[in-house]
Ligand binder design. Structure first.
Ligand SMILES: [Zn+2]
Length: 216
């Protein structure tokens, strides 16, 4: 679940989402508290957020999430690389819980490791613009997918059940150009009837730079 999805669901239903993080190999690893930190079930497993050299990340840094499980005898690997990237957190959590934890889960490492600089900043600009946009403007929107081409240009594919107003595109364009105001990367909009999907998950960001195995 992206931060944008969480914000929209919590606003629409007036409830807080308690989000878990787990791996098939380990089971449930951590649960996200109201302060936004994932508290680790240390009776069950141990989590480390490390840099490319395997050293612990400082608070606020993004690193690879390693898990050591204590209870699955069929999973004896120590410091198992989950393949996910997350933000390291240290010190007391505002929620009062004392279990160690980590911050936001950024996503799969292999999907982000090969992207050109600033790719995720552009993606987040679109996400934030959609999140903050008045619902009246984006009401017909059902799905979207930002795709990055090999020439560094992007295309926002969208599926809408009615015409979207010009201000919808103006807001996205303004957010996009705010990433690198002097020389923003090209962005095109394209209405589609359906979007490429991998398994049951719709990818909201796809890239020609990602490994082939990760593309739908
Ligand atoms: Zn907390």
């Amino acid at each position: 679940m992206t931060p944008a999805m969480r914000a929209r669901i919590e606003e629409a239903f007036g409830v807080t989402i308690a989000q878990g993080y787990g791996l098939n190999e380990i089971g449930l690893v951590a649960v996200r508290c109201g302060a936004g930190r994932y508290h680790v079930h240390v009776e069950h497993c141990w989590v480390e957020i490390v840099d490319d050299e395997g050293q612990p990340c400082a608070a606020g840094e993004t690193g690879q999430l390693l898990v050591t499980g204590f209870r699955n005898a069929a999973m004896p690997l120590i410091r198992y690389d989950s393949g996910d990237l997350a933000i390291a957190e240290t010190g007391p959590c505002p929620c009062g819980r004392t279990l160690p934890g980590f911050g936001a889960i950024i996503g799969r490492y292999r999907r982000y490791a090969y992207l050109p600089d600033n790719s995720m900043r552009y993606f987040r600009a679109i996400l934030h613009a959609l999140t903050d946009m008045p619902v009246t403007l984006c009401k017909p929107l059902r799905h979207f997918q930002l795709h990055q081409f090999r020439d560094h240009s992007f295309e926002l594919r969208y599926l809408a059940i009615a015409a979207l107003p010009p201000s919808f595109f103006d807001i996205l364009r303004t957010a996009w150009e705010g990433v690198e105001p002097d020389n923003p990367l090209p962005l095109a909009f394209r209405a589609v009837d359906n979007l490429v999907q991998k398994g049951r998950k719709l990818q909201v960001f796809t890239s020609d730079f990602a490994p082939v195995s990760d593309n739908p």
